[in-house]
Design a protein around this ligand. Structure first.
Ligand code: UDP
Length: 464
C-alpha cells in the first residue's frame, strides 16, 4: 500500500508555500498526497499557475471557504474563527470519508495539518485510525513562547493575559534571547490572538509529531528545552533541491499570485551582489507616506533595486509612488507585483533583502545566503527580526520613527552600513556561513535529515 497523506495548510500564502515544499519532499519519498485548499485559494492557484506545471503526484482538492475582508483586527479574528468553522473537524471528517471511498486501493494513511488548522483533529485522526502530525510553519521559538506562557506568568514577566510587565528588553524565557516588549507575537492583535495561540500550543502538545520549518542549528537552546515536553522535529529548510541548485524544473511551487518571471532576465543584466530586493510578503500593508519614504530612499541610494509592489500593498488603493520616481529610476529599478522569490534570492546579482521578516522569507534568505534589512509588521515577524539581528547577526533593523514611519534616511543608513561598512562585511560573511550550515542540515546525517527520516519511517508504518 502506498503511503497517502492528507495535507491541510492554513489558507494563506505563507502557510501554503511551506506545506507545498513539504509535499514535494514527501512525494520524492514515494508518498501519494492530497492537498486541501479553500475554494478561493484553489481557484487562485489554477489561475496563476499552468495546470501542467503542478506536481503530478499531488492531488489538489478544495472545500468552500473564502477569507472575509480582514482590514480590522476584529476582521482578522473573525477570519480565523471562520477558518476553524468552515475547514474544521466536521468538514475534514467528510473529506477523509470521501477520499477513502474513492481510493479503495490508496486509503489515507496519515494526516499532516498546519498547527493553526489542527484544532479538534486529534480525536478525528484517532477515529479514522491514522496518525496525525502537525506542521508549525513558524520557528520553534514562536511555538515555545505560546507553549510556555504559564512559565512566563510565574516568572512575573507577563500578566496572565499576555501583557509584558516591563518596557525594556527582557528575557521572557531562559532559552530565548532578550526580546523587546513589543516583540511578543500576539500583541499586535490583542487578547484574541493571545488566547488562540495559547489554545493552539496546548492542543497540539499531545501530538507526537510536531514538525517545524526550521533547523536545530539556529534554535538549539529552545529546541532542547521544548523537546523535554513535546515532540519537536525541525525538518527545514524545506526548499526543494531544484531551487537550491538552479537545476531547471518543469514544475513550479504553486503560488496564489502569478509570478512575474521577467524580472529574472532583468536580474541577469545587473552586476554581481548589486541589487536591493524589497518585498513585504503576501500581507504587509503600507501607508501612502511610508511608500513615499521608501521610494525616496531607493531613489537616493543610486543602486539597482527590485521592488515587489503588490496591488494591495497600500490599504484601499493601488500604491501611489512619488511624482517623477519611475522616470528617475527607470534605468536601475524593476517593479513587479509578485516575484518568483526563491529564484530571485538565489540570483547572483542580489546584494540584500529588505524584508518584513515573515518566516518563509527569513528562512529562504538564510538558505540563499542573502543578508537582510528587517522591517517587521506583525505577529511572529518581530521575534524573527530579533533572531536575525541579535542572535544570528545576519542583518540590521530598520527602525520606525515615533509616527511609525521608516524614514528615507533610516533606509539609506541601513543600506550603506550593510553594503559598505566593516560591520556589513561581517554580516555578509555570517550570511554566507549560515547558508552552508542550512544546506548541510538537510544532507545525509544532518539534523533535519535525521528528523525527517524518523518521521518518514513512522508515517510509512501501516495504520492498525
Ligand atoms: N513570495 C513570493 N513572491 C513575492 C513575495 C513573496 O513568491 O513577491 C513568497 C515567499 O517566497 C514566501 C511567501 O511568499 O514563501 C511569503 O511568506 P512569508 O512567511 O515570508 O510572509 P507572509 O506572506 O506569510 O507574511
Amino acid at each position: 500500500m502506498v503511503p497517502h497523506a492528507l495535507l491541510i495548510p492554513f489558507p494563506a500564502q505563507g502557510h501554503i508555500n511551506p506545506m507545498m515544499q513539504l509535499a514535494w519532499k514527501l512525494v520524492s519519498h514515494g508518498f501519494l498526497l492530497t492537498f486541501l485548499n479553500s475554494d478561493s485559494n484553489h481557484n487562485s492557484i489554477l489561475k496563476a499557475n499552468a495546470p501542467n506545471s503542478l506536481h503530478d503526484n499531488i492531488r489538489m482538492i478544495s472545500v468552500p471557504f473564502e477569507f472575509p475582508v480582514m482590514d480590522t483586527l476584529e476582521g482578522v479574528g473573525n477570519g480565523m474563527d471562520a477558518v476553524e468553522k468552515c475547514m474544521g473537524p466536521s468538514v475534514i471528517d467528510r473529506v477523509i470519508q470521501e477520499i477513502n471511498a474513492r481510493e479503495e486501493e490508496n486509503k489515507l494513511t496519515c494526516i499532516i495539518a498546519d498547527a493553526w488548522m489542527s484544532f479538534g483533529l486529534h480525536p478525528l485522526a484517532t477515529l479514522h485510525k491514522v496518525p496525525l502530525a502537525v506542521f508549525h510553519t513558524a520557528p520553534v521559538s514562536i511555538f515555545a513562547i505560546h507553549y510556555f506562557i504559564t512559565n512566563m506568568v510565574s516568572l512575573g514577566v507577563v500578566s496572565s493575559d499576555g501583557i509584558p510587565k516591563q518596557d525594556q528588553k527582557t528575557k521572557y524565557l531562559p532559552s530565548m534571547p532578550p526580546l523587546r516588549s513589543g516583540d511578543l507575537p500576539w500583541l499586535w492583535g490583542g487578547e484574541y490572538f493571545f488566547r488562540k495561540g495559547t489554545r493552539m500550543a496546548q492542543e497540539i502538545k499531545h501530538i507526537k509529531w510536531i514538525l517545524f520549518n526550521s533547523f536545530l542549528e539556529i534554535e538549539a537552546p529552545v529546541v532542547e528545552t521544548l523537546s523535554k515536553e513535546v515532540g519537536v522535529y525541525p525538518i527545514g529548510p524545506l526548499i526543494p533541491p531544484e531551487f537550491l541548485h538552479s537545476t531547471a524544473s518543469t514544475k513550479v511551487l504553486p503560488s496564489l499570485r502569478k509570478h512575474e518571471t521577467e524580472c529574472l532576465q532583468w536580474l541577469d543584466k545587473q552586476c554581481t551582489h548589486s541589487v536591493i530586493y524589497i518585498s513585504f510578503g503576501s500581507t504587509g500593508i503600507m501607508s501612502e507616506k511610508q511608500v513615499e519614504e521608501l521610494a525616496l530612499g531607493l531613489d537616493a541610494t543610486q543602486r539597482p533595486f527590485l521592488w515587489v509592489v503588490r496591488s494591495d500593498l497600500m490599504k484601499g488603493s493601488e500604491a501611489i509612488l512619488p511624482a517623477g520616481f519611475l522616470e528617475r529610476v527607470r534605468d536601475r529599478g524593476c517593479i513587479v507585483s509578485w516575484a518568483p522569490q526563491l529564484e530571485v534570492l538565489s540570483h547572483p546579482s542580489l546584494a540584500c533583502f529588505v524584508t518584513h521578516c515573515g518566516w518563509n522569507s527569513v528562512q529562504e534568505s538564510i538558505t540563499m545566503g542573502v543578508p537582510m534589512l528587517c522591517w517587521p509588521y506583525f505577529a511572529d515577524q518581530f521575534i524573527n527580526r530579533t533572531y536575525v539581528v541579535d542572535v544570528w547577526k545576519l542583518g540590521l533593523p530598520l527602525d520606525a520613527n515615533s509616527q511609525g514611519i521608516r524614514e528615507k534616511e533610516e533606509f539609506l543608513k541601513g543600506v550603506e552600513i550593510l553594503l559598505e561598512s566593516e560591520q556589513g562585511l561581517e554580516i555578509r560573511e555570517e550570511a554566507r556561513k549560515l547558508k552552508g550550515i542550512a544546506r548541510d542540515t538537510i544532507k545525509d546525517g544532518g539534523s533535519s535529515w535525521n528528523n525527517f527520516n524518523l518521521f518518514l519511517t513512522a508515517m510509512k508504518r501501516q495504520p492498525n
